[in-house]
Design a protein around this ligand. Structure first.
Ligand code: ME8
Length: 517
């Protein structure tokens, strides 16, 4: 039986419309999920929406809608965006679903039964925008006297009866987890940040609210709804069928990777494993955090009017082009800035020129000079015999899947693409040196061998690029004569049959030309 792999994205707040930041995290998780499927894993990939809490309740009120109607609309919009980004999720989790309410009530009961919940009174600072509690020491005071969290969210003083989780008792266990599982938090900078936060001491956490009602009721405690982060984090086990441990998907827990933005690492790497340990459940294997996208150097904000809508970007540049840009332009954990100029340059230089032209040039020569029949490598001695240059090209292509796998294991999307482009650049060097167009007149056997080396290289390239650009690579593999059931990484070990007829080639990546007004 194949190995299992469970990957998640954050579930997104439905207080506003989706934008490119949400799309980015989901596409990154999608590339991982698709790569694992290609590598023979049994994959479970979950994304969805986070629909409870004060922030969502306030947004519904501002829209003049009852919360359920409001969240239904926005969740549907997120789901539409997710599908339009080519995200191949296996489930769509919504925290207002009945299955999730059952799961949360059971998680609460288990944590309580193990003695980790007590009733008290919360008095302190709360930022609704972050749905987070803050210490006075973390806040700054504006000229008008308002307090703001490090994220810039305004904080208000709240005072209400509340249930508490004994987070303060979990410091040693959490530090032991980080110590014994060095890959639990990535990248390293976030790991250090979380470790020092936990070393600094933890306070018990308020996990119920009584001042509003839009949440999951605390079992046997009228008036209390669960803290939205306890509810939200638990979506990851709900999706596996919790609390039904005979559910088909239960064996996927614990998750292999939670992909999250750097803003929410603390919730995933501190609160979440503590809740799970308190409930007697296994903790996830890895929490990996992506950096921030800004637009032409500016933070995206409604007031600046520079919020990039993912579907709009796709309408302008094409889906695979946008997916490629997002994965290529910056390292996953780092921040990066997007601009039209940067996108057009990636499309025209790397996709249209480096890869598109290479494939078009190679395939057009086969169409023209070989009647569209895939040439065999020349078997014996003589003019077509493989050269050192061929062997070098083959070796570079053969090493590619392993290199890409190693980088993706650490969410090194941009390094993986750099490895692919090294091979593409090497192949462009090879075709220029070998000049198969000239060989057509002087040495047909040698031309056949060279074109075959190029097709085999392009096949390796297109195979490993499928998770990044599924549609375009599917078309490229069609043109290379790779059967639909021969597109897994393992299939690269089996050579393409000699003598098959290739379809007429057509360009996969057009250059982007600014539309004339
Ligand atoms: O935090 N650049 O939901 P959320 C990159 N509901 N990524 C960005 C981004 C940007 N500019 N803006 C947003 C929540 N993101 C909670 C999560 S999980 C149990 C609950 C991405 O709608 C990034 O991954 O605020 C970030 O963590 C996520 O969107 C936050 O989405």
């Amino acid at each position: 039986m194949s190995q299992r792999f469970y990957i998640t994205t954050p579930i997104y707040y439905v207080n506003g419309a989706p934008h490119i930041g949400h799309a980015y995290t989901s596409i990154a998780a999608d590339v991982m999920a698709r790569f694992k499927r290609l590598d023979g894993y049994d994959v479970f990939f979950v994304t969805g929406t986070d629909e409870h809490g004060q922030k969502v309740e306030q947004a519904a009120r501002a829209a003049g809608l009852d919360p359920q109607t409001f969240v239904d609309q926005i969740s549907a919009d997120f789901q539409d965006m997710t599908a339009k980004m080519g995200v191949s999720n296996d489930d769509w989790m919504r925290t207002t679903e009945a299955r999730h309410k059952v799961s949360c009530a059971e998680l609460w009961r288990r944590i309580a039964a193990n003695g980790h919940i007590y009733l008290g009174h919360y008095e302190g600072w709360y930022a609704v925008r972050d749905e987070a509690f803050y210490d006075e020491s973390e806040l700054t005071t504006r000229a008008d006297g308002t307090k703001v969290a490090p994220s810039g969210a305004p904080a208000a003083w709240v005072r209400e009866p509340s249930y508490f989780f004994d987070l303060s008792k979990w410091q040693d266990k959490l530090l032991e987890l980080y110590e014994t599982h060095p890959d639990f938090i990535a990248p390293t900078s976030r790991r250090n940040e979380v470790t020092s936060f936990v070393r600094g001491g933890l306070r018990d956490l308020s996990i119920s609210r009584t001042s509003f009602t839009w949440g999951i009721p605390v079992p046997d405690a009228p008036g209390h709804v669960m803290y939205v982060w306890l509810d939200a984090l638990n979506n990851y086990v709900t999706a596996c069928g919790f609390p039904d441990e005979t559910a088909a998907r239960w064996p996927f827990w614990p998750a292999d990777v939670h992909v999250v933005g750097k803003d929410i690492i603390r919730f995933h790497a501190v609160y979440w494993p503590a809740f799970l340990m308190a409930a007697g459940l296994p903790v996830p294997k890895r929490v990996t955090s992506n950096g921030w996208w800004v637009v032409e150097g500016e933070k995206m904000s409604k007031s600046l009017g520079n919020v990039v809508e993912a579907r709009q970007l796709v309408a302008t540049y094409g889906l695979d082009q946008v997916r490629y840009f997002l994965m290529r332009e910056k390292a996953f954990g780092a921040d990066g800035s997007m601009s039209d100029q940067a996108i057009v340059s990636r499309i025209n230089v790397e996709l249209a020129n480096d890869l598109g032209n290479l494939s078009q040039r190679s395939l057009a020569l086969i169409a023209r000079n070989c009647d569209g029949v895939l040439p065999a490598r020349h078997p014996g001695t003589g003019t077509g015999t493989p050269s050192e240059d061929d062997a070098g090209m083959d070796a570079v292509a053969a090493a590619l899947p392993g290199l890409v796998r190693d980088h993706l294991e650490r969410q090194g999307f941009h390094d993986a693409l750099e490895e692919v482009w090294k091979v593409i650049r090497a192949a462009n060097g090879y075709i220029d040196r070998q000049a198969p167009w000239a060989l057509n007149r002087t040495d047909k056997a040698r031309m056949g061998t060279v074109l075959r080396v190029l097709v085999d290289t392009l096949r390796a390239v297109a195979t490993v690029l499928q998770p990044f650009m599924p549609d375009s690579m599917s078309r490229m593999l069609d043109q290379l004569g790779v059967a639909a059931d021969q597109r897994q990484l393992a299939a690269l070990a089996v050579p393409l049959p000699d003598g098959i007829t290739l379809p007429a080639p057509h360009g996969v990546f057009p250059r982007y030309v600014e539309p004339t007004a």
